[in-house]
Design a binder for this molecule. Structure first.
Ligand code: ADP
Length: 246
């Protein structure tokens, strides 16, 4: 005597739905793990400057009266660490505001934008900035977003290169390339650099200030504007970031 009810063969539709549901569940799980990691990384990044600031405050409290000469240096540290925190928080806010943002895209003449950026930044950047490539490029993008991306890429190109080198904006039919002659990015790191807080070899970049959020913001802006972004080696040295429209 068989007590089991006969289980009907699942119709294909039910199978498909089950698969889809399982896939969704696993995606949600991954997202939850990433979110948790992000909160933990952000807390860690914020704790570091706070610890340093509190250390210097205590140092001044303990020794400031007897050795007033230490005050200037400690106040300098407090100032720079609190500025770092401010930058970090601004970047975090910018990232979270973009989470469900919608952008208005319009036709933008890239050459005009690039020339304005070069004119504004050549003063404050020691590398030589040049614009090469096709003479006309018009793209569908939010202009503010495009400028933010280019300025972030330009800042990085400048930070990670020798002062006497050249940074090139090269325009092709469907791309904008930001090319530097700096320290380059090892192949193993290329897929990681757009992750929040990722910095190549902390020891290498330790002396160069940064939060590890710049490229995460660039990537998010690119996604919002349906632009692809790629990173390649520049020959013989340096890095090439490519924004691909189309
Ligand atoms: P950061 O604030 O550290 O500059 P980013 O998110 O802008 O953060 O970049 C992530 C990491 O990618 C940097 O820490 C650096 O190691 C590497 N990187 C970015 N741009 C360049 C570049 N042009 N040349 C070499 N390394 C770069």
């Amino acid at each position: 005597y068989d007590t089991q009810l006969p289980i009907p063969e699942k119709p294909q539709e039910v199978k498909d739905l089950t698969n889809e549901f399982n896939q969704l569940l696993s995606q949600l799980n991954h997202q939850a793990i990433r979110d948790r990691q992000f909160v933990s990384d952000a807390s860690h990044e914020l704790r570091t400057p706070i610890t340093a600031i509190r250390g210097h405050v205590q140092f001044i409290q303990r020794h400031g009266k007897e050795h007033p000469e230490i005050i200037d240096k400690s106040v300098g540290f407090i100032d720079s660490e609190s500025k770092r925190m401010q930058k970090l928080i601004e970047s975090l806010l910018r990232l979270s505001r973009m989470d469900n943002a919608k952008v208005k895209r319009e036709k933008v003449d890239v050459k005009t934008v690039m020339s304005a950026i070069i004119e504004t930044y050549q003063e404050s950047i020691s590398q030589k900035l040049i614009l090469t490539g096709v003479s006309e490029l018009s793209v569908l993008v939010n202009q503010d977003n495009l400028e933010q991306m280019l300025i972030a890429l330009l800042n990085n190109a400048s930070k990670y290169s020798d002062k006497s080198s050249t940074i090139t904006f090269n325009l092709t039919e469907h791309t904008i390339e930001v090319i530097d002659e700096g320290m380059g990015i090892p192949d193993a790191d290329k897929s990681e650099i757009f992750e929040r807080f990722y910095r190549v070899d902390k020891a290498r970049t330790q002396k160069i200030p940064g939060t590890g959020l710049g490229l995460a913001i660039v990537k998010k802006l690119a996604d919002l504007n349906q632009i692809k972004i790629k990173v390649e080696d520049n020959k013989p040295r340096g890095t090439k970031f490519i924004l691909i429209f189309k």
